[in-house]
Ligand binder design. Structure first.
Ligand SMILES: [Zn+2]
Ligand SMILES: [Zn+2]
Length: 242
């Protein structure tokens, strides 16, 4: 085995998955990114909003709530993300989503699972599920990044994966081109939940990036209307609150 490993290293010297810089031999099993890329993945540091997990800047009150959670709280109960959608975190997510770099996706998912372990009440999580894609879009793309993240996270957290509890029933325009309020209107009534699989249970919803929160809000609303007790949200990254 040692020889095979040595030969593989000779033929394919270990390189950073993002920037291709050579990696040191003693990097350990998890080291698939170089030091520089890791440093450019901006972690969301404390203090964070106690509800949605966004990093708080400037002044905040004793309840540690961001301006959005104070004024118009979204339908999920708690949300957390390890990174800001910026720097190498943004690059890693884009490489995973658009170039289908599975090993990067796996790295993201494992860090998301770690964030869930440290900041979410996992004892109260009965199952994990992805923000769904419309079946036709899924067929056209042949790939659903949040579903892949959810598989890795479910197995890392030892929770069941709920594959068909939530469906996207309406074809929606991509959110990226839309303004803040349009995003909420765009996903209104876009989802349907199967009551039998979520009633009375608490679920962890997984997506890649949290931007306005409109999609996650619509999913959480639908899940709760179908009887879900609590809905937690885990994303790889999020953008700052507008
Ligand atoms: Zn690198
Ligand atoms: Zn908040």
């Amino acid at each position: 085995m040692f020889l095979v490993g040595a030969l593989t290293n000779l033929l394919y010297p270990p390189a950073c998955l993002l920037c291709r810089a050579p990696l040191p031999d003693d990097r350990g099993a998890a080291g698939i990114l170089c030091e520089a890329c890791r440093r450019r993945m901006p972690r969301i540091e404390a203090p964070v909003c106690s509800r949605c997990g966004v990093g708080l800047r400037g002044s905040f009150d004793a309840q540690l709530l961001c301006s959005m959670c104070r004024a118009t709280p979204l339908a999920f109960d708690l949300a957390r993300s390890p990174w800001w959608y910026d720097g190498s975190a943004q690059e890693a997510i884009r490489q995973f989503k658009y170039a289908r770099r599975w090993r990067i996706g796996r790295l993201l998912a494992l860090e998301m699972a770690a964030a869930a372990r440290s900041a979410l009440p996992l004892d109260d999580v009965d199952a994990v599920l992805p923000v769904p894609l419309h079946w036709l879009k899924r067929r056209l793309k042949g790939f659903h990044p949040p579903a892949y993240l959810t598989h890795v996270i479910a197995s890392a957290l030892n929770k069941p994966y709920l594959s068909s509890a939530l469906r996207r029933v309406r074809w929606t325009a991509t959110q990226t081109a839309l303004g803040w309020h349009q995003r909420f209107r765009n996903v209104d009534r876009a989802f349907a939940a199967r009551g039998a699989s979520v009633a009375g249970r608490s679920v962890l919803l997984v997506d890649d990036v949290l931007t306005s929160g409109a999609t996650a809000d619509a999913c959480a609303r639908t899940l709760k209307a179908a009887g879900a007790r609590r809905v937690f949200l885990l994303t790889a990254a999020r953008t700052p609150i507008r």
